[in-house]
Design a protein around this ligand. Structure first.
Ligand code: GCW
Length: 715
């Protein structure tokens, strides 16, 4: 008996892990696992609507569509649907362009298609030869791919397709992921929190990791159409032929998914290594002594380099450039301007249809202004209208640096003759890395809906970057990627939702954060209505909670230096003040906050009226920006009636309490969620709770030294 028991235990030990591996969800499939739908009514509707799939035409993209639609419908419906190019009896999903598909041509959709551009699509229920059909039509195959993913999304979220009739096209033209990946394969010191780079430079160009295709597929499912594959702190080696060959292989994989490759370029690339400056961010792969953009040899170097790139990558997208920032080389070193530098590159790229994305994230030159928040505006606004037509100025959402909350960068609206491209950060550099659950869609919506008043009421950030306010001829948005080679791509399962949200908003910034959360949860985790609502409620308040336990009421940049994770409100041992927490929070016996009003740095004057006045007056400044724009006395009465000090304490406690609440909510979902995912998130939340309490206690403990008022034990 004892022997038998021992054997049973042995078998259990062997078998149990095997079973759990087989059934485990490791997060690799992202929002595309296509689990069978469990709502019987909707399942029946779909099963009746689709007894076959008909796709006419041949191309690599159509091949991908065949694969995707088969995988998606088979998975969601638990079926094995035939895919062919002939319409038979029953009911069908018919996908095609009028050019390749006579079935689509017959429907005469030309009026609608004329409004959809190259990437748009329509989905419509109709009849073809008396056969009931749902049709996905577009002008180009890439539109069909986007339409296919959209149909699958509608089905994943259980929406009825009866009488469906929708048209969709992106509101923004360039929708990019910016990777801050280094050529040695690391991202960790470039704000990557999910392992190493996806790009295996040492294996390329010979070996093509299958994951490249999955990466492209995930992006295409959201409508992302470009990727900058290397860090803005660009290693000039990326432009050497040996790397271009590798990049070309990635571009080949991404192309049929509608994704173009872009590269970050180091401004001093033309310089010979022997003349390069000391710092490792300085260039040197050419044979010149200078990278002066007005030097004919330098201009020729770039023209030749660009020509070479297009020989490897015929649809190369262009360059992203970080200059005059954090030690990166720049035209200003030769007394040239941002426009001189950007236009030189633009001229080389223009014949091939390439663009330049020149970043406005500059703060190296202390002569410009003492207040870092004012620098981009001061350096770029005078050059409005001076950039070539294929140059974007790419600007971070806020004036400082991807903080938990900032007002919108005053540059937006102030450059009517220069297309501004918005740069968001999907990676949570200042929002708990991949350890904290922080859903960023509400944050991005707050920025997108921020009214700059550039041309009167309604000049929202969204309407600036989609070209409506100033009639920009090019429009663009970029998100700093949060991907890495972790099995689940993003480190935290919930960080996938931020990749998802960025993609969805870049296609249509009018979507609500709730809708995006709802889609992501249903596609990724569960369709159980109660569970969906609970998870949504966790996600929707998670950003505000993070602000509360890190930087409430407009505080900013009080994170650990360098690492940007935990709190560090105090100076480090060096006693240096510039760009430290002390510079930003300015706590003293009188109060807290950075006076950027007209009595201080006057950054408020960079905004349009009436924002300028609203921000300038401590009594009308929105409380969320209070300490961003004002140095506020500890006893100042806030909207709640509490003093500044009491409100600060209240916010820090509220933030931590929210995390505890998320833990409670998550624990109650055990039966609805895959066990591995359940445990993974549970552990992350425990870390978040611990961290949030550290933030609260460190910051309140430190500020108390100035406020001299008691910290309560709880709210
Ligand atoms: O936020 C800061 C980061 C740097 C980054 C820089 C930038 C890529 O701390 O790591 O460098 O911004 O955006 O250029």
């Amino acid at each position: 008996m004892k022997y038998l028991l021992k054997n049973i235990l042995f078998v259990l030990c062997i078998v149990a892990p095997v079973c759990s591996i087989a059934s485990a969800d490791d997060g690799y499939d992202l929002w595309m696992s296509y689990r069978k739908l469990d709502d019987a009514t909707i399942l029946k509707e779909y099963q009746q609507a689709f007894s076959s799939i008909v796709i006419q035409g041949q191309s690599e993209t159509l091949g991908i569509i065949r694969e995707e639609v088969k995988k998606g419908l088979d998975g969601l419906l638990g079926a094995d649907l035939p895919v062919s190019n002939i319409l038979t009896v029953g009911s069908a999903l018919v996908i095609g362009t009028p050019r390749e598909s006579e079935l689509i041509q017959k429907l005469d959709l030309s009026d609608k298609l004329a409004t959809l551009g190259r990437e748009g699509f329509l989905i419509k229920s109709t009849k073809i030869n008396d056969v009931p059909a749902v049709v996905i039509a577009a002008n180009e195959d890439i539109g069909l791919l986007y339409g296919t993913f959209h149909l699958l999304r509608l089905m994943q979220t259980g929406q009825s397709l009866k009488d469906i009739d929708i048209c969709s096209r992106p509101r923004i033209q360039y929708r990019l992921l910016d990777h801050w990946d280094k050529l040695d394969g690391s991202i960790s010191d470039e704000r990557g929190y999910a392992g190493k780079s996806l790009w295996k430079w040492d294996e390329l160009p010979e070996t093509i990791d299958p994951r490249y295709k999955d990466y492209a597929r995930a992006n295409a499912s959201l409508g992302i159409n470009g990727t900058v594959i290397n860090s803005v702190n660009a290693n000039p080696d990326i432009l050497k032929a040996e790397y271009l060959k590798k990049v070309a292989k990635l571009a080949d994989v991404f192309r049929p998914y509608g994704i173009r490759v872009f590269l970050s370029a180091n401004f001093s690339s033309p310089i010979s290594a022997k003349f390069a400056h000391e710092s490792n961010r300085r260039g040197g792969i050419g044979n010149l002594k200078t990278s002066d953009p007005c030097d004919p040899e330098v201009r020729l170097w770039w023209k030749n380099k660009v020509k070479e790139i297009y020989q490897f990558i015929p649809d190369f997208g262009g360059f992203l450039v970080k200059a005059s920032s954090e030690g990166m080389p720049s035209p200003q070193e030769y007394n040239r301007t941002h426009a001189d530098g950007a236009n030189m590159l633009a001229e080389a790229l223009a014949p091939y249809g390439g663009i330049v994305m020149w970043r406005s994230f500059v703060y190296d030159d202390s002569k410009v202004d003492d207040d870092r928040a004012k620098r981009a505006y001061k350096e770029f606004v005078p050059f409005d209208g001076k950039f070539s037509s294929n140059v974007f100025i790419q600007s971070k959402n806020g004036p400082i640096d991807f903080q938990p909350r900032e007002p919108v960068n005053s540059l937006f609206g102030a450059m009517p003759r220069t297309p501004l491209m918005l740069e968001l950060q999907i990676a949570q550099e200042y929002l708990g890395h991949s350890k904290h659950l922080v859903f960023l869609a509400p944050m991005w919506k707050e920025y997108l809906e921020f009214d700059t008043y550039a041309k009167g009421r309604g000049s929202t950030l969204a309407s600036i970057i989609d070209g409506n306010t100033h009639n920009y001829q090019m429009t663009g948005i970029a998100g700093v990627a949060n991907t890495g080679d972790d099995r689940n791509w993003c480190g935290h399962l919930f960080a996938q939702a931020n990749w998802y949200a960025f993609g969805r908003l870049s296609w249509d910034h009018s979507l609500t954060a709730e809708q995006i959360a709802d889609e992501w949860i249903k596609a990724t985790l569960t369709s159980d209505a109660n569970a969906v609502n609970t998870i949504k409620s966790m996600m929707m308040g998670s950003w505000e909670a993070c602000i509360n336990y890190m930087t409430p009421l407009g505080l900013h940049h009080i994170m650990q230096e360098g690492f940007h994770y935990g709190p560090q409100p105090q100076l480090d041992k060096s006693g240096r003040i510039d760009w430290t927490s002390v510079y930003y929070h300015r706590a003293d016996a009188n109060g807290l906050g950075f006076d950027r009003s007209s009595t201080g740095s006057n950054a408020t004057s960079q905004y349009f009226s009436p924002l300028r006045e609203t921000f300038d007056d401590v009594n009308t400044c929105p409380e969320k920006y209070l300490l961003w724009f004002h140095h506020v006395p500890w006893d100042h009465k806030t909207e709640s009636g509490r003093t500044l000090w009491d409100e600060l304490c209240y916010r820090y406690y509220t933030g931590v309490d929210y995390v505890k609440e998320m833990e409670r909510k998550w624990a109650a979902l055990e039966k609805d969620i895959d066990p591995d995912i359940c445990l993974h998130v549970k552990e992350k939340l425990a870390t978040q709770e611990k961290d949030a309490a550290i933030w609260r206690d460190t910051c309140l403990g430190y500020f108390q030294k100035f406020s001299n008022r008691p910290v309560p034990a709880s709210n």
